[in-house]
Structure formats: structure tokens, C-alpha cells
Design a protein around this ligand. Structure first.
Ligand SMILES: NC(=O)c1ccc[n+]([C@@H]2O[C@H](COP(=O)([O-])OP(=O)(O)OC[C@H]3O[C@@H](n4cnc5c(N)ncnc54)[C@H](O)[C@@H]3O)[C@@H](O)[C@H]2O)c1
Ligand SMILES: [Zn+2]
Ligand SMILES: [Zn+2]
Length: 362
């Protein structure tokens, strides 16, 4: 099969012929239909998230089941599925306590002594990213990285639910307990931030203030639910939020992962409010925040990982949200492209020229 391989950090992905193994026990072979491109893939390329090359990125997929391994009972050939990087074991203390997205086994893959799932033309193993590697025509996944969805859901939109939409919606709907009417700020209007805006809208938030450095995103943010937009390159965004909210928003979602915007997020948060860190900072980054504000103003700072998902429960629900018109996915897709153009897509993302880009396979 054709796949885009990361051979080195900070270099274009290379299109190669890769051999994918047959499904073993508990595994499912999926023909990839579409894969969204998430900034976390770019973080890996740029070395901000560790993954030793060679490896195949892509973790926002939808596809059709081609074959199933021994013991797989939840899936059959022909099923439409979304893949999620938070695969779950089902028995650890996180899974059984209702937080399967924190399952420590989620990146385990096949045991080291087993045959690799992916092998290159020279017979060498290629790392599978998050049990998915969707920048490839096929994916060999553990069944617990997949969820079956309705057949009437278009797969080129379903894929967005695999990461960005679940992350943004879930930050607003699962991670925090947001009352109707609460004021919300979303910093960063990429696929993740635009989904947080939609989560806030679905939850019945009051003001939903979008902040971005790219003014062209504001029309889109407004269509998806933003009530106000702030240009981060024009003046003091913190003061602008304080003016709109009488001192700060109850919930601020930082959806970029930069020290200055995380700090701004805390400053934009109201007394007693919550700053939610959704953007991923480089793995070694330390972020100074005003400790006394947290104490004296009872501000909370929390992380939100993959929308605090229980994806077998959440994703089919998000599919229903789309099909009954409450979740807007068509508007979020700025480009559809073939796998051959994956490097062009990353260039667009670096320049802030994309909303969500989707690789569509034949
Ligand atoms: N928490 C999680 O589980 C999770 C899951 C998926 C992605 N992420 C992370 O979320 C972040 C966003 O991902 P994405 O795919 O939406 O990215 P993206 O590149 O599509 O969007 C980022 C947005 O931030 C804006 N921006 C960049 N610098 C800015 C600045 N200084 N001020 C204001 N706006 C600025 C850009 O214009 C763009 O609209 C990434 O860090 C990604 O790794 C986290
Ligand atoms: Zn992602
Ligand atoms: Zn577990």
C-alpha cells in the first residue's frame, strides 16, 4: 500500500510502498477512506512530540473494515469506522473508573517480540503512530482503537471526529462542567478550537469569544458559534476579553499550545473560572503562570486530553449531532486533497492558511 513516511524530523514526508501485516488476534484491518490533518502530526514532524523515525503519522481517520483477526466480535468486513488514538484496555483502574482516555496502554501496539504491523520495502519495521497511522491506504488497528458508525455518515467528514472534533467538543462538554450562559473564550481557531466553539454553542454558552492571529478565520468562527472575535495581532487581547466579559470569562480554552497564549488564557479567566489547556506545548516546555491569582482568585487550570472521551459512546453521538444539523463539519473543511499532496497541506498549516484539511483516498 502507499503511505507517507516520516524518515526524519523537519523533512517532507516520503511516499513509499509499505507492507501491512494481516490482522492478528483482536486486530482489524481498515481501508482508510479519509484522514484529517491535525497539528499534533506537525508537532511530531517538528520534534515537539517525540516519535523516533521512520514512522507513519495520521491519527484522525475514518474507513471501512476489510478484515478482522481472531476473536474480534464487534466488527465485520464492510463496517464503517472511526479510529481514535485513545485505545483502551477496558480493565485498568482508569478504564474501569470511567476515564478510558487515560488508559496507560493506549500506545502499546504489538509486543516488541511480535512481527511489526508495518514494514518498508527493505524489510525494516516502520513505527505505527498511536495504533493508527492513517496517512496510508490501510490501517491495522487494535479493535479497541475503533468505533462503528452509521452507514449514512459521509466518511470524509466522519474522520474529523477522530481527533480534532472530539478534542474540542469534549473539552467543552466532558472536561468541564459548563453551565448554560457561561462566558467562554477560545484561543486558536484551528480544527480543535473551532470544535471547542461548537461545543460551547451546543452547551448553551453565553458569549463565545474567538481569538486568533488570522483574521480570515473570524467568518468561519462566527458561522460555527462565536459571538465575538478578537484579532490577537491587534492590541491587547486580554484587555479586549476583560472588556467584553466584565473582568474575565468563566471558561477559557487555549487551543494552540504556546506559552504566551497559555499565560493570556489565565489572565482572561474570571475569578473562580477555569483555564483549559487543550493545545499541546512542546514536551519540555515549562510555563510560568501567576500563582497568586490561582489562590486569591480561585482560578483553576486544567488540561484536557482528547476531549476526555469515552469514544465508543461519544463518537456515534457526535455523528448524530452532525446528521441532525447541530454539529457543522462541512464548513470546517478548507481543503480535500490526495495523499500525494500531504506536504503541501503541512505548509498550509504552518502558514495558518487552513481550517481543517482532509486527505481523501480512492
Ligand atoms: N489536547 C488534546 O488532546 C489535543 C488533541 C488534538 C490536538 N491538540 C493540539 O491542539 C492544538 C491545535 O491543533 P489544531 O489542529 O487545531 O491546530 P491548527 O494549526 O489548525 O490551528 C491553530 C490555530 O492557532 C492560531 N494561532 C497560532 N499562533 C497564534 C497566536 N500566537 N495567537 C493567536 N492565534 C494563533 C492559528 O492561526 C490557527 O488558527 C495543537 O497544539 C494540537 O497539537 C490537542
Ligand atoms: Zn490530533
Ligand atoms: Zn485501561
Amino acid at each position: 500500500m502507499k503511505a507517507a513516511v516520516m524518515r526524519a524530523n523537519d523533512a517532507p514526508l516520503e511516499l513509499e510502498e509499505i507492507t501491512v501485516d494481516a490482522p492478528g488476534p483482536g486486530e482489524v484491518l481498515v481501508k482508510t477512506a479519509a484522514s484529517g490533518i491535525c497539528h499534533s502530526d506537525l508537532h511530531v514532524i517538528e520534534g515537539n512530540l517525540p516519535m523516533p523515525p521512520p514512522g507513519i503519522l495520521g491519527h484522525e481517520p475514518a474507513g471501512v473494515v476489510e478484515a478482522v483477526g481472531e476473536g474480534v466480535t464487534d466488527f465485520a468486513p464492510g463496517d464503517h469506522v472511526i479510529g481514535c488514538l485513545t485505545s483502551f484496555c477496558g480493565v485498568c483502574k482508569f478504564c474501569t473508573a470511567g476515564r478510558p482516555y487515560l488508559c496507560p496502554t493506549q500506545f502499546a501496539g504489538r509486543p516488541p517480540e511480535a512481527k511489526p504491523r508495518l514494514i518498508d520495502a527493505d524489510g525494516n519495521p516502520v513505527l505505527q503512530f498511536a495504533n493508527l497511522s492513517s496517512f496510508a491506504e490501510k490501517m491495522l488497528c487494535p479493535e479497541r482503537a475503533l468505533v462503528k458508525i452509521r452507514d449514512d455518515m459521509p466518511l470524509d467528514r466522519a474522520c474529523l471526529i477522530g481527533c480534532g472534533v472530539t478534542t474540542g467538543l469534549g473539552a467543552a462538554l466532558n472536561t468541564v462542567n459548563m453551565p448554560a450562559g457561561a462566558n467562554v473564550v477560545v484561543i486558536g481557531c484551528g480544527g480543535v478550537g473551532l470544535s471547542a466553539i461548537q461545543g460551547a454553542r451546543i452547551r448553551g454558552a453565553g458569549k463565545i469569544i474567538a481569538v486568533d492571529a488570522q483574521k480570515w478565520k473570524f467568518d468561519l468562527a462566527t458561522k460555527l458559534g462565536a459571538t465575538d472575535c478578537i484579532d490577537a495581532t491587534d492590541g491587547d487581547a486580554v484587555a479586549a476579553v476583560q472588556a467584553l466579559t466584565m473582568g474575565g470569562a468563566e471558561f477559557v480554552f487555549e487551543c494552540i499550545g504556546l506559552t504566551p497564549t497559555i499565560q493570556q488564557g489565565v489572565m482572561m479567566t474570571a475569578r473562580g473560572g477555569t483555564t483549559v489547556l487543550v493545545g499541546v506545548a512542546p514536551i519540555t516546555e515549562m510555563v510560568p503562570i501567576p500563582a497568586a491569582d490561582l489562590t486569591l482568585q480561585e482560578k483553576n487550570v486544567t488540561g484536557s486530553y482528547m476531549g476526555s472521551n469515552r469514544f465508543r459512546f461519544d463518537m456515534p453521538k457526535y455523528v448524530d449531532f452532525y446528521l441532525d444539523g447541530r454539529l457543522y463539519l462541512d464548513e470546517m473543511i478548507s481543503e480535500r486533497l490526495p495523499l500525494d499532496d500531504v506536504n503541501v497541506a503541512f505548509d498550509r498549516m504552518r502558514k495558518g492558511e487552513a481550517a481543517r484539511q482532509v486527505i481523501v483516498f480512492d
